[in-house]
Design a protein around this ligand. Structure first.
Ligand code: AMP
Ligand code: ZN
Length: 433
């Protein structure tokens, strides 16, 4: 079992918690240097903190706080110590910007290096970074970590799918990083171009940046004959490198020496017990230029609380797959549901191809939920009875999962829109009707 930083990754829990408390105090002190936190921390005495849970005495920080304090309102270092700016890929509202010092970039690259090595990838690999570069953190984040590990790094970015395939072939790519939706699309293009995705030299995939189900991971693994590892992060917390799966694939280790995690009830902000599902709230523990206290990520997950130490030897907490963002929740006919629940059901049907879309419409006063599903070509062999059976099986399974009865529309392979970055799964037309 390989480690990038064995000491930090396997620190005994008591030592880890001690370190967290020390870094938490330092972070609070540092935060006082920013315009935003100065006033908010007036009544806080961090010298009284003795355990990581004391973090809950601090106020939350929200995305809206970042927006309102655009641009330098949360920065704690002199302007000339900032070396990088990134931005969130959010599609609504004003962008949020994040600043990094040179040390921040170094620390971030180290965390990503831990993640890479944790999956079994290493120096001998050829790494194709099939994800957007630029203000989005996925590209540069993995890039710096991969170079640090010493992989031959190909910054291929997204798009120009045939060229991606050509690069994989010419340079014997062994490891890729991509969103699950785009890498599934790449496999479709491979097949169209007469390739078998399993015949490349690929052995490991890092997939993340968007919610995806366990079933989707298994599909990616089967299609390419690789091991695929879930990668979680967000620009506000650097980007990738916050939490990543180890070879056990039983939850993502979140690096607790740099991130102090709480799981809270998204409605009232109360801290939940380990194992309960809620919103991830994270305090940065080492960031210089723009530390964040109790940042409300908006992402829903739970701590893997199986009472077992991970057999990889790492002591850092594991979090479950991200169910979605609190604001991804759809209310359909009064029922709360997440797109990922529908994806879970769809991907368990082998006849269903990898792209789907959820459409919400209003018919009279009633919401209707339409799920457009692409089928694999072999299903279009004219056997209508088989198609009807499949349709009613899917309807029933979705209804069992989310209560609401959907209408299923089968689509020919390749007919739904494809994305190169984060996939748009839901089209809500209820406001427009
Ligand atoms: P950005 O700041 O633009 O990189 O977006 C970060 C957001 O992408 C997170 O807050 C999550 O909602 C989502 N995200 C990132 N990685 C994952 C993942 N592995 N699974 C599910 N959602 C993810
Ligand atoms: Zn592990």
């Amino acid at each position: 079992m390989a480690f990038w930083d064995k000491h930090a990754e396997t620190l005994p829990r008591d030592k880890l918690e001690e370190l967290q408390v020390k870094r938490l105090k330092d972070t609070v002190a540092r935060c006082r240097k920013s315009i935003f936190y100065r006033n908010r921390l007036k009544d806080v005495d961090e010298s009284q903190f003795s355990k990581p849970e004391d973090v809950s005495r601090l106020p939350f920080t929200t995305k809206n706080n970042l927006r309102m304090n655009y641009d330098f309102g949360l920065v704690t270092v002199p302007r000339d110590e900032i070396v990088r700016m990134h931005s969130s890929s959010g599609t609504t509202g004003k962008a949020t910007v994040i600043f990094h010092s040179r040390t921040d970039i170094e620390t971030w690259a180290d965390l990503v290096a831990r993640c890479i090595v944790m999956t079994g990838a290493g120096k001998a690999d050829v790494f194709q970074n099939i994800i957007s570069y630029g203000m989005f953190t996925g590209g540069l984040g993995l890039h710096y970590g991969a170079e640090k590990v010493g992989m031959l790094t190909i910054p291929s970015g997204v798009g120009n799918t045939k060229r991606q395939i050509q690069l994989m072939q010419d340079f014997n790519t062994t490891v890729f990083h991509a969103t699950p939706s785009y890498i599934l699309y790449v496999s479709e293009v491979m097949v169209q171009e007469g390739f078998d995705p399993r015949e490349f030299d690929l052995r490991i995939g890092f997939v993340g940046a968007e919610p995806h189900s366990e079933q989707t991971r298994q599909r990616i693994e089967d299609i390419y004959d690789i091991d695929a590892f879930n990668s979680y992060g967000m620009s506000e917390l650097n980007g990738p490198g916050v939490a990543f799966e180890c070879e056990e694939k039983n939850g993502m280790h979140l690096w607790e020496d740099q991130y102090l995690l709480e799981v809270v009830d998204p409605d009232n902000g109360e801290v939940l017990a380990p194992g309960e599902e809620g919103e991830l709230v994270v305090t940065t523990l080492g960031r210089e230029a723009m530390p964040l206290l109790r940042y409300r990520t908006g992402d829903l997950a739970r701590i893997v609380d199986d009472g077992e130490k991970c057999s990889c030897g790492r002591t850092h907490v594991r979090i479950s797959r991200i169910k979605g963002r609190c604001d991804d929740m759809l209310i359909v006919r009064g029922v709360n549901l997440y797109p990922s629940q529908i994806e879970d059901v769809l991907m368990s049907f082998p006849e269903v191809a990898t792209t789907y879309q959820i459409i919400l419409e209003r018919e009279g006063s009633l919401d209707s939920l339409i799920v457009r599903v692409e089928l694999y070509p072999k299903m279009f062999d004219g056997d209508l009875r088989k198609l009807r059976e499949l349709e009613s099986d899917i309807v029933k399974s979705i209804q069992d999962e989310i209560v609401v009865r959907p209408r299923i529309e089968f689509q020919e392979p390749g007919s739904l829109p494809r994305s190169e970055g984060k996939a748009v799964r839901v089209v809500d037309m209820r406001g427009e009707m």
